[in-house]
Ligand binder design. Sequence first.
Ligand code: HEC
Length: 157
Amino acid sequence: MNAPPPFNFAGRMLLVTVAMVSFLALLLLLVPALAQDEGEALSKGIGPIESVELGPIDETLVAAGKETFELLCTACHKFEERYVGPPLHRVTERRSPEWIMNMILNPTQMAMEDPIAFDLLAEYMTPMADQSVTEEQARAILEYFRSIDAELPDETP
Ligand code: HEC
């Protein structure tokens, strides 16, 4: 009479295989969900801008944007600290390019209908003024923000 094997090797292999396959299946399900989440995280806001193509930073646009910003926006905004409006450092990291341009071009409707702008209004208690900026000017200001944020050191977690 042979003694029974101490454990059922084939059975264990099957169990391990099933566990690994389920784990991989779970990963496959999760990875696109996570990736999608990141893509969807940044709203485009409400307004005339539906999509913005970003290339390498365009220094001519930056200079034009800086000029308009200093003329129309510094009454209420600083970069590194809260003023009448929010500090604008890293705004290109927390908002999409479309959202930023829509906020500049369409601040009143944004504050009423866009959930992020609405929360900002509740926090700052001052409506952002509509400065009658043109789309070209708003695009240039976006480029200026991109150039400012590109110079900032990586945020320490
Ligand atoms: C009268 C003051 C005022 C002026 C002028 C102003 N803003 Fe604002 N801005 C605000 C306030 C206040 C908020 C917060 C939202 C709100 O209260 O409606 C804001 C919000 C913003 C935001 C969103 C910030 C974030 O953290 O998401 C951006 C971007 C912005 N302003 C850009 C500009 C630009 C560019 C100009 C110039 C064209 C400008 N603002 C002019 C007051 C102002």
